[in-house]
Ligand binder design. Structure first.
Ligand code: HEM
Length: 163
């Protein structure tokens, strides 16, 4: 993937929105997780993008535009379709690739590491797993490809369930 030469860090709300829109541009068409947004959640993007942009603006820029409660919609979704480690891995691969394509800097790094923490916490909580259970793949070190090869789907893997 060729990155634009003029990448900068995530500086303002407009950057958060650009990131979120670019991510959903990929996620909604993705062969592994796209159907969850399109067919199961029937996501209204125009309603959803400002909420997610507020989430990231709050995390990365200290705005207080997001009031919390992000876990709940995922629990509702999980009741309809099991959100597995492979789905979260894919979500993270798409997120990481989108961040890296558009931005570079401290906040861009934070956007990736925070997403990993949240994904792990969501997955553990959805499956009643203990807090130290390593269910989601660790972040690949920088320079180890764009992360898009990280996919796992089909039957539960050994990483999905404790022995
Ligand atoms: C397999 C992975 C995931 C799927 C399929 C998924 C799907 C969704 C869907 C369908 C919604 C909208 C629910 C609604 O408005 O009715 C949503 C909301 C949201 N998601 Fe995710 N998500 C995933 C992972 C994540 C991760 C890792 C993060 C955090 C970095 C995240 C952050 C959020 C936030 C902040 C909201 C908005 C919650 C609110 O309305 O306040 N999601 N997600």
């Amino acid at each position: 993937m060729t990155a634009p030469v003029d990448r900068h860090d995530i500086e303002d709300r407009a950057d958060c929105e650009r990131l979120v829109r670019a991510f959903y541009g990929r996620a909604l068409q993705d062969p592994i997780i796209g159907w969850i947004f399109v067919d199961v959640a029937k996501l209204d993007l125009e309603e959803h993008v400002p909420v997610i942009a507020s989430f990231w603006e709050t995390i990365l820029l200290g705005a207080q535009s997001y009031s919390g409660g992000a876990f709940h919609p995922h629990a509702a979704l999980h009741a309809k379709v099991e959100l597995r480690a492979g789905h979260f891995d894919r979500w993270l691969a798409l997120w990481t690739a989108t961040v890296d394509e558009l931005f570079v800097g401290e906040r861009a790094e934070q956007a990736k590491s925070h997403a990993h923490r949240v994904a792990r916490a969501f997955h553990r909580r959805l499956n009643g797993l203990p807090p130290d259970f390593l269910s989601i793949r660790p972040r690949p070190a920088d320079g180890e490809g764009d992360g898009l090869t990280v996919t796992r789907h089909g039957p539960p893997s050994v990483l999905d369930l404790p022995e």
